[in-house]
Design a protein around this ligand. Structure first.
Ligand code: NAP
Ligand code: F7E
Length: 344
């Protein structure tokens, strides 16, 4: 059972679980337009017998709905990925963010506890919880959250651990650093840049407007991160893990790399500053120390910064009907000969 199934991570996780013969259920929110673009390629018509993917309307702010779904589905595993996941937006909507991202987790934990079923629970915690704690950060680094989003995730992290200790439930936190892909939401900085670069190349746009270029992030590749989520729930004992590449790069470096790869040269003529993309409090630098995941889960990322930029740009070129430079596609073929997800 996946909350946030139509999000970036939810879509890849669905493909991974279907490739492992799971029956997958997921919550989608009702909207007046379709918002399931990321999972359309795995959609299965509910009128057909023998399907393995089921979508249910629901919302993390609706306890009764969550209780009912968990009671009906009786899942073996819950991957709780649903959230208002945009840090900048969380400053505009702090109460909604806390309701969804903090209380939403509590609602699910209560529903699991009341069900008396042996459900394993994965909580999508975040490197944002570390905030201004000096890098590199690991499972023992104190949290110093710098946004309503990060504060809500700290609550969710702690309440997940608390339910594990108090009620002996199988609950884990995956403390994931930024992970990106061609399916990343278009308002996050990596996708905003690669999409804009492709549009500039195609002659559709002339400029991109950005905020703080000096912030540094530990950017990984989403398919590898959802594999970590799955492995985390297959442990004998529930435990929390940092999942990261151990490399950090600034937004400025991402720009340099993307414009160079696209053959546009220097990024400076194309980029303008816009203060609306600044945050009231910024997280300056995040770098994860994923030694524990390497040692205990045998998890290690293969795609790092440069490869990631190439993979994302190739996809954005293709989306506009441009011939991609092709290095990203080549890397994916070489590194993942048995790829379980659709190449966008
Ligand atoms: P995403 O693309 O923004 O997806 C979030 C999903 O949550 C969407 O499907 C969204 O539904 C759903 N959602 C939002 N509010 C909801 C509500 N009130 N009720 C039910 N569903 C709701 O985020 P992501 O990148 O896949 O991230 C997945 C999770 O990992 C999130 O919890 C995020 O905070 C966390 N995380 C992400 C990263 C990262 O770098 N990506 C790193 C650490 C942690 P709609 O499709 O209807 O909008
Ligand atoms: O910002 C800077 C911005 O919005 C990255 C979420 O998945 O990862 C994500 O949160 C950096 C920040 O991601 C723009 O100030 C500059 O320093 O891509 P982002 P995020 O805030 O790191 C964590 C791990 C999560 O858990 C979250 O759910 O880029 N930046 N100019 C900009 N950011 C945006 N969005 N837009 C700009 O124009």
């Amino acid at each position: 059972f996946i909350t946030g199934i139509a999000g970036q991570d939810g879509s890849y996780l669905t493909e991974l679980l279907l490739s492992k013969d799971y029956e997958v259920h997921g919550i989608i929110r009702w909207d007046s337009i379709f918002t399931t673009e990321r999972i359309d390629h795995v959609y299965q018509d509910p009128h057909v017998n023998g399907i393995r993917l089921f979508l249910h309307y629901g919302d993390l702010t609706d306890s009764g709905n969550l209780e009912k779904l968990i009671h009906q589905i009786k899942p073996d595993e819950i991957y709780h990925l649903g959230a208002m996941s945009h840090v900048r937006v969380s400053f505009d909507m702090p109460e909604y963010t806390a309701n969804t991202d903090a209380l939403g987790t509590l609602r699910i934990l209560e529903a699991i506890k009341n069900s008396d079923l042996p459900i394993k629970f994965y909580m999508a915690a975040s490197s944002e919880m570390f905030g201004s704690s000096p890098p590199p950060q690991n499972e023992h680094t104190p949290f110093h959250p710098r946004s309503p989003y990060a504060c809500a995730k700290v609550f969710s992290h702690d309440i997940t651990r608390m339910y594990r200790e108090a009620y002996n439930m199988f609950c884990v936190n995956g403390i994931l650093y930024n992970h990106e892909s061609p399916r990343r939401g278009a308002t996050f900085v990596t996708k905003k840049i690669t999409r804009a670069v492709a549009r500039i190349k195609a002659g559709l746009d002339k400029k991109i407007y950005l905020g703080n270029l000096e912030a540094k992030r530990d950017w990984g590749f989403t398919p590898e991160y959802v594999e970590a989520m799955h492995v985390l729930l297959q442990q004998e004992k529930p435990d929390d893990f940092v999942v990261a590449t151990g490399e950090t790069h600034s937004v400025r470096e991402f720009l340099e790399e993307a414009f160079q790869y696209a053959g546009l040269g220097d990024w400076k003529p194309y980029v303008e500053f816009d203060a609306r993309y600044l945050r009231p409090a910024e997280v300056e630098v995040l770098v994860g120390d994923a030694t524990k995941a390497k040692e205990k889960l045998n998890w290690q990322p293969k795609i790092k910064f440069k490869e990631l930029v190439r993979v994302m740009l190739d996809a954005d070129f293709r989306a506009l009907g441009l011939t991609p430079p092709g290095e990203g596609d080549r890397i994916l073929k070489e590194v993942f000969p048995n790829r379980w997800w659709k190449n966008d």
